[in-house]
Design a binder for this molecule. Structure first.
Ligand SMILES: Cc1cc2nc3c(=O)[nH]c(=O)nc-3n(C[C@H](O)[C@H](O)[C@H](O)COP(=O)(O)OP(=O)(O)OC[C@H]3O[C@@H](n4cnc5c(N)ncnc54)[C@H](O)[C@@H]3O)c2cc1C
Length: 487
């Protein structure tokens, strides 16, 4: 995202490569259901090919009815199912339907980074929703991170969890000044800055970040993890509590009326009073009212093996956002697992991908792309004297290994759509996580489960601006998005 598009603000965490300057902005973006064949395989999906949950079907046939049907087995659908099943008054039957392999959408192909926005998005959120609501959004992200880490530790989930300092590294005076302005505004509005380390001395910022030319550095707690393994653990727990999981079962339509819905699939239909749409970027295929509010936006992730000079005790020990006025690179360094680096954000192949889609707006957006263009510019900024990337004094060079694509459910106003779908009593949604679901879903999905079971919005404990309303959907509704062409 280019700073000139940001009206004097910084991009919130999670909006680095998907924002206003994208080639798709302002144009109808369409997608139908998830691609049935030819999809790329993320690092995560590559490493679990022998896991039986990938194509699990709890029963050979679909049940004809259920108390609750959840569509989508990413983090949202899976965690909503578990939250319902662990509630004091759980539904007697829940069916979780997934179009392809379990957790093969954005959750199974993201960068595995849970980075709560502590302050960076404050000014942007405050412009949109006011300072109090902006503070609530940021508090919610911190809560989400704490809740994810606590779940993994309590249940000893084998998912390569790393918890440590994430670095925001500001690379020019211009962005460093904007960062200073943002944190000052945040503090003045009553925001909590106690968990943020601020380094404004460039020499110190360079030394700590190991990035040549760094002007300022902000650090706070975040995590990296294997997202598929996390969701697999959630679903294992749910299966033990009676969940019926059905992979390779795309939902083609939901018909009916208030609390009397039929969920249609090619394997048969399920009658249910409650449907939960956990389809994120694909929400528009089944819920036309979300077309425009939730914009499917393709995104790339790049796997890079660091050179010997960045290995062993010299390996990176933090995750990064490297911020320039023209865009932000994100680097996920996985310090507790294999030291492999994952690059995202404004990587060159990201804009190539957006151009590719923008050239033909009728093209169905899919997640089949593995085109790899080295993220050279990004990796070359790393390293101080004597720690060069491409020509290390000894050992192996950097290896640009593999890239994969996925579809982000970009929200037209930056925040997710959560709650009962207006005028469709008994249909619920939690989607539009805007490239940032890992720092949202661990509070949003349990909150949705509470709402489904009768809690008020206030009881659910989410920022007000996350609530799905008719007004919000109508404001962003895209009349040119014609599903017939795309499904
Ligand atoms: C390349 C990439 C990198 C990212 N990096 C990060 C990151 O580092 N940190 C972060 O916080 N966020 C990141 N994100 C965003 C994050 O992955 C998402 O916000 C989050 O995973 C959304 O989870 P979800 O469960 O709502 O959606 P998904 O995980 O997309 O789950 C939706 C599921 O619904 C299924 N589905 C859709 N339609 C149907 C249908 N009709 N019938 C049946 N099933 C259906 C899909 O197949 C899919 O499995 C990234 C996203 C991408 C694509």
């Amino acid at each position: 995202m280019h700073l000139k598009d940001l009206n004097g603000t910084l991009p919130p965490v999670g909006d680095e490569g998907t924002g206003k300057s994208s080639a798709l902005e302002g144009k109808p973006i369409k997608t139908g259901r998830p691609l049935e064949t030819g999809m790329s395989l993320s690092l995560w999906l590559q490493t679990v090919r022998n896991n039986p949950l990938l194509n699990h079907r709890t029963t050979e046939d679909l049940p004809q009815s259920a108390d609750v049907v959840i569509i989508g087995s990413g983090a949202t659908g899976s965690l909503t199912a578990l939250s319902l099943l662990q509630s004091p008054n759980p539904p007697k039957s829940i069916v979780l339907l997934e179009a392809r392999e379990m957790c093969s959408g954005a959750t199974g192909r993201n960068a595995g980074h849970c980075k709560p926005d502590q302050w960076r998005g404050f000014s942007k959120y405050a412009q949109a929703f006011g300072p109090d609501e902006a503070i609530k959004i940021l508090k919610n992200e911190q809560q989400t991170w704490e809740s994810l880490v606590s779940y993994v530790r309590t249940h000893k989930v084998d998912c390569d969890l790393w918890a440590g300092k994430t670095f925001d590294v500001y690379m020019t005076e211009e962005v460093a000044k904007l960062a200073e302005k943002t944190i000052t505004e945040y503090k003045a509005a009553g925001g909590d800055v106690s968990k943020i380390d601020v380094i404004t001395d460039p020499a110190e910022a360079e030394r700590i970040s190991r990035i040549r030319g760094a002007k300022a550095l902000y650090a706070w707690n975040a995590s990296t993890l294997h997202p598929w393994k996390l969701v697999a653990h959630v679903n294992k727990q749910s299966l033990a509590l009676g969940l019926n999981l059905q992979t390779w079962t795309p939902v083609t339509k939901v018909s009916g009326s208030a609390n009397d819905w039929t969920v249609h699939t090619e394997r048969g239909n399920i009658k249910t009073p409650i449907v939960i749409h956990a389809t994120n970027a694909y929400a528009g295929a089944l819920l036309p009212e979300t077309r425009g509010g939730i914009k499917p936006t393709p995104h790339m992730c790049n796997k890079v093996l660091p050179p010997s000079t960045f290995a062993g005790s010299d390996s990176l020990q933090n995750s990064y956002a490297v911020i320039y006025p023209t865009g932000t690179y994100t680097i996920n360094s996985r310090p507790t697992s294999d030291g492999i680096l994952l690059f995202g954000g404004a990587a060159p192949n990201q804009s190539k991908l957006l151009d590719y889609v923008a050239k033909d707006q009728k093209r169905r957006i899919d997640d089949s792309l593995t085109d790899f263009e080295p993220v050279t510019e990004a990796v070359r900024t790393l390293g101080t004297e004597g720690f060069e990337w491409d020509e290390p004094k000894r050992g192996s060079k950097v290896l640009y290994d593999y890239a994969w694509s996925g579809i982000i459910g970009r929200s037209a106003d930056q925040v997710p759509f959560i709650g009962e779908v207006p005028e469709k009593k008994g249909q619920w949604i939690c989607a539009g996580h805007n490239g940032h679901g890992m720092a949202r879903i661990f509070t949003c999905a349990p909150a949705l489960a509470k709402l489904v079971q009768g809690a008020t919005w206030a009881d659910a404990g989410l920022p007000n601006c996350f609530q799905v309303t008719k007004e919000r959907l109508e404001k962003y509704r895209d009349p040119d998005w014609d599903l017939e062409e795309t499904d």
